[in-house]
Structure formats: C-alpha cells, structure tokens
Design a protein around this ligand. Structure first.
Ligand SMILES: NC(=O)c1ccc[n+]([C@@H]2O[C@H](COP(=O)([O-])OP(=O)(O)OC[C@H]3O[C@@H](n4cnc5c(N)ncnc54)[C@H](OP(=O)(O)O)[C@@H]3O)[C@@H](O)[C@H]2O)c1
Length: 329
C-alpha cells in the first residue's frame, strides 16, 4: 500500500489554481508509540483553506510550501499504538489532504446510523460554528429576524434552521434560484433572497419588512453593506467569514459603517475553536435536532483525492451546493 498526498506547491496571488498543488506518492507511514495509523475515508474542503495557503497574518499559521494541505478527515483506524483507540474505530482527525496518516490526536466518532460524512458538516465544525455563532453572539429572541448569507452552505444552512428552531424568523441570502428554492422549500427558511437576481437592497427590504435583528455574515463585501442598511436598533452582526474577499488582492471596504453607530449594533468576529471546551454541548444539541429530523443538510461530493484542488477552487467560486466533501475510499 502506498500513501498519496496533496502538497502546497506554491502560494496563490489572487485566485487559487491547480498549479498551486502537487500530488505525490509516498510510503505508508508507521505509527509511533501513542499513535494510530488512519485510512482517511472523507476529506472536508473548507473556505478557510484559502487563508492557510497564504503567508498573510491570520488566526492560525499557514501551510508551509511542500507540506501536506491541512484539512479535517473522517477515517478508520488500521493499526493502533494509542492507549484508547483500536483498529476498526472511526475517527475524526486533522490529517489533511492524504489517503493515510499517523496521529496521536484522533477523536472517536460514535457508532450510529448517522453517516460518517455528517461529522465534517452538519454535526461537525460547520455545525458548531453555526451553533456558537448564533447562540452566543447572535442571541436571537423569539420573533426576531435573523439573516444569514451563503444560506445553502454548510454553516449557513444550519444557522437558518437553528434560528427557526429557536423561534426566530429566518431569511437566507444565496446565489441563484435553485439554491434559494432549496433554502426556502427544503430547509424551511421563511424567505431566501437571490443576491445574483438584481436589486439586492429592494429584495432585502421586502424580505425583512421589520428590519434585521441578527445578521450572520459568511461573505462580507457588498452583501454586508446591503444588510447593514436594514439593521434594527441594538442588532447583532456575527462576523463569521468574508468569502467574497478570500481571493481578492484589494479587500472590500465597508461603506455602511455608520449603521453600527446609528443602530448601536454589536459587531463581533468569531472563530469556532474559541468554544472548543463546549463542543460536546453543541454536538449533543445538534445531534438531538438531527435525530428529530429538524436539521436537514446537503452535500457536494467529489470522488478521489486528486480532485481535491478542483473542489477547493469550485467551493471558493460558490459552485458547491451544500457541504463540500471529497470521498477518498
Ligand atoms: N469563523 C469560523 O470559525 C468559521 C468556521 C467555518 C466557516 N467559516 C466561514 O463561513 C463561511 C461559509 O463557510 P462554509 O464552509 O459553510 O462554506 P459554504 O457556505 O458551504 O460554501 C461557500 C459558499 O459561499 C458563497 N460564496 C462564494 N463566493 C461568494 C461571493 N463572492 N459572494 C457571496 N457568496 C459567495 C457560495 O454560496 P452562494 O452560491 O450562495 O453565493 C458558496 O457556496 C465562509 O466564509 C467560511 O470561511 C468560518
């Protein structure tokens, strides 16, 4: 058996291209004492990976040239020298873009009827981001209006469904009629606005007749400005991501800053791992809603590690529809 892995070959300037990656074969790694050898089954592709390809200062250090691309995986333990994990266990790891890897840090995934890929999406890091960002920063009250961008995606889809479960009105923003129909008809949001459909300001005004109490911002850019213009007094803005800017060499400058003053908004950035001590709580809550059929999800699946670069590029262009994954085995 040979390992196969995707390395960062060069740093992109602007849009990522497949030339920024190199795929190589390598010998199968051997687990040291305390480690497991894992065969990765699913690789998660996430927008933050674009930041890790860059040298710019961020909340976590970037990937070095020649290193395996970072990423979360769900895999199966093939061999164990770990005190509590055994061969056959399914585990969540940070082994990145490769077929096999060794690690001390693997978290056992419970044996259940839940598909393993869900631990990278609705019950994984994106689900937890939605849970903590909305609950702790957004703090929606019953009857308030929660707006979320990238609403059909991994984080956004959970934000809107949690808003509904917690008694608020959920308004999505997504790109295109097909995504908007899914957000409204299948995820159960009250309305979804197509930001590619023309006059966003007018569409938001119509969708949010009583204004916006919570904006869960996944995208930044002009959409943020348009939502700021509709915010209510003492509204909350959860700054979760700025994907519209991740490939830009000239970052967007917010024009509607004054809305923060006039409406006494609370604008707060969030990084999911600030809540890592409480992941158990989030998993219990999300798994509960999931088991009751109240959290729906959708996945975009590519087959084969060699397609991971193409998948990340597509994700950053918004070509994914739901949680972007690569099936490795
Ligand atoms: N702070 C944290 O801890 C944390 C954790 C996880 C994720 N995030 C952030 O949350 C956001 C969503 O992540 P995700 O994993 O759930 O991805 P996702 O929503 O499943 O996929 C990304 C989506 O972003 C939208 N998009 C792409 N370019 C856009 C643009 N120029 N303008 C508007 N929308 C655009 C696309 O949807 P449309 O087709 O609808 O435009 C695309 O499908 C990202 O910004 C990510 O970095 C933050």
């Amino acid at each position: 058996m040979q390992n196969k892995r995707v390395l960062l070959a060069s740093r992109p300037s602007g849009w990522v291209s497949e030339a920024n990656f190199r795929i190589e074969e390598a010998p199968l790694p051997q687990p040291a004492q305390g480690e497991v050898l894992v065969r990765n089954l699913w690789l998660s592709l996430d927008p933050y990976m674009r930041g890790r390809m860059s040298e710019a200062k961020s909340y976590v250090k970037g990937v070095e040239l020649g290193e395996v691309m970072v990423g979360q995986t769900v895999g199966e333990v093939l061999e164990s020298k770990h005190p509590t994990l055994k061969a056959g266990d399914k585990v969540l790891t940070q082994l990145g873009w490769q077929l096999y890897g060794t690690t001390k840090e693997a978290m056992r995934v419970p044996e259940s009827r839940v598909p393993l890929s869900c631990y990278l999406g609705v019950l994984g890091m994106p689900g937890m981001t939605a849970y903590f960002g909305l609950k702790e920063i957004g703090q929606p009250k019953a009857g308030e209006t929660v707006v979320v961008s990238a609403a059909s995606g991994a984080v956004g889809s959970v934000v809107g469904q949690l808003a509904k479960i917690w008694g608020a009105r959920a308004v999505g923003i997504a790109g295109g009629g097909e995504k908007c129909a899914y957000v409204k008809d299948e995820l159960g949001f009250d309305v979804c606005v197509d930001y590619k459909g023309g006059n966003l300001a007018a569409a938001l005004k119509e969708a949010c007749a009583k204004g916006v109490d919570v904006y869960f911002d996944n995208v930044g850019g002009e959409i943020l400005d348009a939502v700021l213009a509709r915010t209510n007094l003492f509204g909350r803005v959860v700054v979760c991501g700025t994907i519209s800017d991740y490939n830009s060499t000239d970052p967007y400058r917010v024009r509607n800053w004054r809305a923060i003053l006039v409406n006494r908004l609370r604008v707060q950035g969030m990084i999911v791992f600030d809540w890592k001590e409480r992941y158990g709580e989030a998993l219990e809550q999300l798994a509960g809603y999931f088991g009751q059929g109240r959290l729906k999800y959708r996945e975009s699946v590519l087959e084969g590690l060699e397609n991971a670069p193409r998948g990340l590029i597509a994700l950053l262009k918004g070509e994914n529809f739901g949680k972007q994954l690569v099936k490795l085995a």
